[in-house]
Design a protein around this ligand. Structure first.
Ligand code: AOF
Ligand code: ZN
Length: 363
């Protein structure tokens, strides 16, 4: 690799690192970082997008400029925007500051931009280089890209089970299957999600807090999906001082009399059926790029069937629960042929104390 290529790679990696500083705070926007060099190749400014509604990464970098940027270059992990949104177009600033070369990692999937930002830069006589660190940039903003392309939130399903694949005893007891390190890892994972979804059964059985324990501010939106609306009067999720809660119910089956039990601070939405895709789409519309599904067997199975799940996180505790009636992580997928079963590939395996953590996704 020649020296100039190594230098370009270094600055794009820096832009990606800066972008990642916005993790957990930018939705519905992407994570974006920008690095500006002067015409001699010296670093003169950097910035990142820290929150939706706040200036974009490029605007932050231009605001932080210490020297003249004319004739210089800018490195951004996402195509600069060309639309007037909550903030002005970044392309205009790049042109007016006299930047001569723009390094972009990936195109913006947002239809208001996709390709148009690059075209405007080229039309203004600016050299545009695309594709540096493409894999890293796609990974960093996979949820933003997924929401823009599909209209659904990127879903990650999490469950904990014993070595023999059980999530609880037949009397419903499951506390605590995994060790305290795994449980804190779950809190830290929660902090990178916009919403956490459970079903009514999990709320009734476990009465969870579903917070990141303060690691993310504001906390992720806590979502309960209920078919019946038969939820308890008392629940940790009804304490809206901890985090916002949303109850989504199936209008075709629910008894609306139960709505009185839910305190006013809780948001309520109805969907026309129990198809989890409707929850995923609703959350995407509310600005959630990604959703952590921490639900029980029935909802987990229907969420996978409906295509709401893109990644899986499994915690395996070195315990054996046994029993034919013990709870499984999933309900019946009704597969009758081994060729039909879900095939996954593991992308990460770690020992957490003596628990095993496996991250996997679909082929
Ligand atoms: C960039 N740099 O740092 C970000 C970009 O509502 P707005 O005005 O913030 O616009 C949001 C859209 O702008 C978002 O969907 C994406 O296309 C782009 N985000 N673009 O050049 C940034 N955050
Ligand atoms: Zn912008």
């Amino acid at each position: 690799m020649i020296d100039s290529d190594k230098r370009d790679l270094k600055w794009m990696k820096r832009a990606i690192f800066l972008a990642s500083l916005g993790k957990g705070r930018t939705s519905p926007n992407p994570m974006v970082g920008a690095v500006i060099l002067d015409k001699y190749g010296n670093l003169i400014s950097e910035g990142f997008h820290c929150k939706s509604g706040m200036p974009h990464a490029e605007a932050m970098a231009f605001k932080n400029l210490k020297k003249d940027a004319s004739g210089g270059s800018i490195y951004v992990n996402l195509e600069p925007c060309c639309h007037q949104g909550k903030t002005p177009p970044c392309v205009d600033q790049i042109i007016s500051f006299g930047i001569k070369k723009v390094y972009i990692s990936i195109e913006d999937p947002d239809k208001r931009v996709s390709g148009k930002g690059i075209k405007l830069l080229k039309d203004a006589g600016i050299k545009v280089h695309q594709g540096l660190c493409e894999r890293e940039s796609l990974e960093l903003n996979k949820s933003f890209i997924h929401r823009n392309i599909t209209g659904s939130a990127f879903g990650v399903l999490k469950w904990a089970m014993s070595l023999d694949g059980r999530v609880g005893l037949k009397n419903g007891k499951s506390k605590w299957l995994t060790n305290k390190y795994s449980r804190s890892l779950v809190h830290s994972y929660r902090s990178s999600f916009d919403a956490i979804v459970i079903g009514g059964n999990t709320l009734r059985k476990d009465n969870p807090l579903l917070t990141s324990r303060g690691l993310r501010q504001p906390e992720p939106l806590r979502v309960v999906f209920t078919k019946t609306l038969d939820l308890p009067k008392k629940s940790n999720l009804w304490d809206c001082n901890l985090a916002r809660t949303l109850v989504v119910y199936d209008a075709s089956k629910a008894n609306k009399n139960y709505l009185k039990r839910i305190p006013e601070c809780v948001e309520i939405e109805e969907i026309p059926s129990d198809n989890p895709k409707l929850i995923s789409n609703l959350l995407a519309k509310k600005g959630c790029n990604n959703v952590f599904w921490e639900c029980g067997p029935k909802l987990a199975t229907s969420a996978i069937k409906a295509g709401c799940i893109q990644e899986l996180m499994t915690f395996i505790a070195p315990k054996i629960l046994g029993g034919v009636c013990s709870m499984n992580p999933f309900a019946d997928f009704e597969f009758t042929d081994m060729n039909d079963v879900l095939n996954l590939k593991s992308s990460e395996i770690n020992l957490i104390g003596d628990d095993i953590f496996v991250k996997s996704d679909f082929y």
